[in-house]
Structure formats: structure tokens, C-alpha cells
Write a protein that binds this ligand. Structure first.
Ligand code: SAH
Length: 473
């Protein structure tokens, strides 16, 4: 580590900025907001800078820089585009033992300014030691995205009650448990919702002698179809606040990497035929962990409320009086269509879309085939590869045209995505020929043909219509 990170209290202390251009403008805004007594040295200022100086009672000397300008200063920023002048500032600062930052010049600088996430009193500074400012900015943006604005209010809340908490809980372990609860549980939620009084009341109760540990909760989170970029910010926050994550097998490893490192990860199946047994186990685990006061994330592929049994899980939690929240996810149909270049509705081809499941015998038996076969509607079929032949057979039987375009999308949104475009008539044969594997989604309808021209992601689609027809003949 070449640069030592340090947070300076610049209130009422002299900081000199040499330069009056756009960069000086930015540095000025930052330093003035920190309460520094800024002296600007520049023959002329941009209009905005002049206005800002005026508004903040900072000082401006409309002259060329001389070393005496640094008398009494703690820090100096050289932000001119004149290399000679910058060198002069750096030398003068060094001679006086003042920290200097020369914008875009590491050699002349004794200190560098980090990229900042400001959620005062919580402040995060990021530096690449000046070598890759763009990367530091990227990291800052990522951090910013995971911390909503309320984290500042939460930090202020902690600051306010720190001494009271310490007095009530002299034992370090007990205090740690309280903070775990405070930062991740209902207090944080109340602060996020700007209900400060409620947060205070909750804390008051928790600090009473012999208070029972707070109840845990469950967040049902949609992980999307695979591409981690399709997670919502709320999903990411839930993953990073979790004590335990119960996840489906289908959830991509890249997404599991985003889970808070201290959290326990439990794979809870969804693969075999024993749906009902697995489901009972999942219900039991959710309740068990929540009752221990833990923040449980139930992480599901796609969206939890679309063929995800999210409803059943919430009903179970309700029966056991466990509080819950739901974070929606990008469901496979939307993601697969987008990543295959298939607009699910299109003014020329289809005005409605249906999400259909054809996973197993049970779902096939209860399907309204007559309804599905009718009209120009787009069908997005969540399916087991093995049920394709029945699906094809039933739709044709009830009158959907054999020439209806279809697209099979395997591993939608993932790097290994495959898209096969053909016709309904040949769909089962195509899947077999290309050894289609789960997870795969089937889009049926005129729009499916658009994948041939609108594809943009991964390997181009296999347009299989002719080959299949030839081999069928
Ligand atoms: N709740 C999920 C669906 C669960 S059912 C959601 O909203 O997406 C599982 C089925 O979803 C799979 O059999 C497959 O048909 C589909 N699926 C999920 N992820 C997929 C992906 N990345 N590519 C293609 N199909 C996918």
C-alpha cells in the first residue's frame, strides 16, 4: 500500500486551490462542502466557480501563484493546465511541509483524492493509488448501488445510541448480537422507511433487561435467469444482509458469489421428482432459521411468483407468523426472449402473451389446450424437455398451425446460451436432434421467427426450419 488512507477534518482550516477552470470548480465544491476555508488563486474563474465562491464566502486572489499564498495552509490542490505553474505549487508545498495534490500528476503529488461514496456520517473512499481512476470510479458505483441512502441515517442512529447501548450491554458478545440485529433487522427497516420513532422504540425494547431476541424474517428473492446483471438492487441488498440463503439448484454460481461472505449457503434442491418432499423440507428450514432470529433469504431462479411456488412458501410463513418480504426477479420468459431477440408482443404479430408450464404429467393434464391453441397469442412455455412431444401433439390437435414459428432457448442469458428456431410441427425432433438440455424455455408464436434477425447476444440462432422439414420429408 503506497498511499495511506486518512480522513481529514478540514473545517475552519485553510486549503488552497490553484486554478480557476472546470476541474478547480469540482475540487472547490467538494472541499467547500467539507467546511474548509478555501483560498482560490487564479487570474480568472469560470462563471460557475465565481458564483460558488461568492455564495460560500471563500477567498479569491485574482493573481498568478506565488509560494507565499501557501502561508497557513494545510493542503493545496494544483488544478491548472500549466505544467510550470503546477510544478511551482508542488515545490512550494513540499518546502513548507504541506500536502499537495496536483491533478493528474502522481509524480508531483504527495497525496491523491479518492473516489467517494458519501453517506455521511458513513463515508467510503476508494483509490487505485492513482493508477486506474476509471476502475476506482467503477468500484465506487458498485458500492453506491449496494448502499441505499438510508445507510447514512442508520450510521447517524448508531452514533446517537452508541453510549446507551454500551451502558445497557457491557458484554461485548451481547453488544455484537444487538448490532447484528439492529443493522439488519426491523430497526434498519424502520429507518429505511423514515420511521425514526419506531426505530427508537424498537431499540428501547431490545435494551430492556431480559428482552427476548428479535424474530428473524424471510425474504423471498428472485435471482433472475442467470446473468447476475439482471438481479435487482433490492435482491443484491437482501443477499448482502442475509444470515442464511436457501437457494435453488438452478441459481447461477456467479450470483451465489454475491451473498454476504459470513452467510450460510444451503442448496435446497428442486431437481428431482420429489417436489413435495423437497418443498416440505424448504418450508421447515425457512421457519427453523427465522425462529432463531436469522435473516433468511429464500433465493429462487427467475421470479418467485412465476412457477416458483413462492405463494405456497409465503402461506407457510404466514401460518407460522414469520414476517416476510418479496423481491421480484426477471422471469425466464422475459429474459430468454430479450436475450434471443424475440419481442414477446409486436404490433404486427402478437398482442398478448401467456406464461405456460409444461413441466410434468400433472401440469400437462390440467392444461387448457384448446385455449392455448387459439389465436395469435405468444406462448412462453416453461418446460421439461421431455414433455415437448405431448405439447406439440396437443397444440396441433386443437388447431394451432404446424407452421407456427417456435424458438427453443437453452440457458437463456448465460454465456452458453443456445437458440434454435423452427416450427411447432418439428419442435420435439429439433430438441432431440440438438440434444437440448434443461433449463430451456420454448417460445411459440409468430414473434419467435424474429430471433433470426433481432438476435444480438451469444451465438447466432440455429435456423432449423429447412433442415428439419427435409428430414421430415
Ligand atoms: N421461477 C422461475 C421458473 C421456475 S421453473 C422463473 O420465473 O423463471 C424452471 C423453468 O424455468 C425451467 O425448466 C425452464 O423452462 C425455465 N428457465 C429458468 N431459467 C432459464 C434459463 N436461464 N434459460 C431457459 N429457461 C430457463
Amino acid at each position: 500500500m503506497r498511499y495511506f488512507p486518512l480522513f481529514l477534518d478540514l473545517r475552519h482550516r485553510r486549503v488552497v486551490i490553484v486554478g480557476g477552470g472546470v476541474i478547480a470548480e469540482r475540487k472547490f465544491a467538494l472541499l467547500a462542502s467539507g467546511g474548509a476555508e478555501v483560498l482560490l488563486v487564479a487570474p480568472s474563474l469560470t462563471a460557475a466557480l465565481a458564483a460558488a465562491v461568492e455564495a460560500s464566502r471563500a477567498d479569491h486572489l485574482p493573481t498568478e501563484f506565488v509560494p507565499e499564498h501557501l502561508d497557513g495552509a494545510r493542503l493545496v490542490i494544483a488544478a491548472t493546465d500549466d505544467a510550470t505553474c503546477n510544478r511551482k505549487v508542488a515545490a512550494a508545498a513540499e518546502a513548507r511541509g504541506i500536502w499537495v495534490n496536483v491533478v493528474d500528476d502522481l509524480e508531483l503529488s504527495s497525496g491523491i483524492l479518492p473516489a467517494i461514496v458519501d453517506r455521511s456520517p458513513l463515508v467510503i473512499a476508494v483509490s487505485s493509488e492513482g493508477t486506474a481512476p476509471a476502475l476506482a470510479r467503477l468500484v465506487r458505483e458498485r458500492i453506491e448501488a449496494t448502499l441505499d441512502e438510508s445507510i447514512g441515517a442508520l450510521a447517524a442512529f448508531c452514533a446517537r445510541f452508541r453510549l446507551r447501548i454500551k451502558a445497557a450491554l457491557p458484554d461485548l458478545g451481547a453488544r455484537r448480537r444487538l448490532y447484528d440485529w439492529l443493522l439488519g433487522g426491523p430497526v434498519a427497516a424502520a429507518i429505511r422507511a423514515e420511521r425514526g420513532e419506531e426505530a427508537e422504540a424498537l431499540l428501547g425494547q431490545a435494551l430492556l433487561p431480559g428482552a427476548i431476541p428479535a424474530a428473524g424474517s424471510v425474504v423471498l428473492v428472485g435471482a433472475g435467469p442467470g446473468d447476475p446483471g439482471l438481479l435487482t438492487l433490492n435482491a443484491l441488498r437482501a443477499l448482502q444482509a442475509a444470515d442464511v440463503v436457501l437457494h435453488d439448484r438452478l441459481v447461477a454460481p456467479e450470483i451465489l458469489k454475491l451473498v454476504r461472505r459470513e452467510a450460510e449457503l444451503l442448496e435446497v434442491g428442486k431437481g428431482g421428482r420429489d417436489h413435495s418432499i423437497a418443498q416440505d423440507t424448504i418450508h421447515g428450514l425457512m421457519v427453523e432459521h427465522a425462529r432463531r432470529g436469522r435473516r433468511v433469504v429464500r433465493l429462487k431462479g427467475g421470479d418467485p411468483f412465476i412457477f416458483g411456488r413462492g405463494g405456497e412458501e409465503l402461506e407457510h410463513l404466514l401460518r407460522h407468523e414469520i414476517p416476510f418480504e418479496v423481491v421480484p426477479g426477471v422471469t425466464a420468459a422475459l429474459a430468454c426472449a430479450a436475450y434471443a431477440g424475440i419481442p414477446l408482443t409486436h404490433r404486427d404479430h402478437s398482442g398478448s402473451i401467456r406464461f405456460v408450464t409444461a413441466h410434468c404429467r400433472e401440469s400437462l393434464e390440467t392444461t387448457d389446450w384448446r385455449g392455448l391453441a387459439r389465436g395469435r397469442e405468444t406462448l412462453a412455455v416453461y418446460m421439461g424437455v421431455a414433455t415437448l412431444e405431448t405439447l406439440r401433439h396437443e397444440l396441433l390437435r386443437y388447431g394451432r398451425a404446424g407452421t407456427t414459428p417456435v424458438a427453443l432457448i437453452e440457458n437463456g442469458s448465460r454465456p452458453e446460451q443456445r437458440v434454435i428456431v423452427g416450427t411447432l410441427e418439428h419442435v420435439a425432433r429439433l430438441a432431440a436432434e440438438h440434444e437440448l438440455k434443461s433449463p430451456a424455455l420454448l417460445v411459440i408464436g409468430e414473434v419467435a421467427a424474429l430471433a433470426a434477425t433481432l438476435h444480438w447476444f451469444g451465438a447466432p440462432p440455429l435456423i432449423a426450419t429447412q433442415t428439419a422439414e427435409r428430414s421430415a420429408a
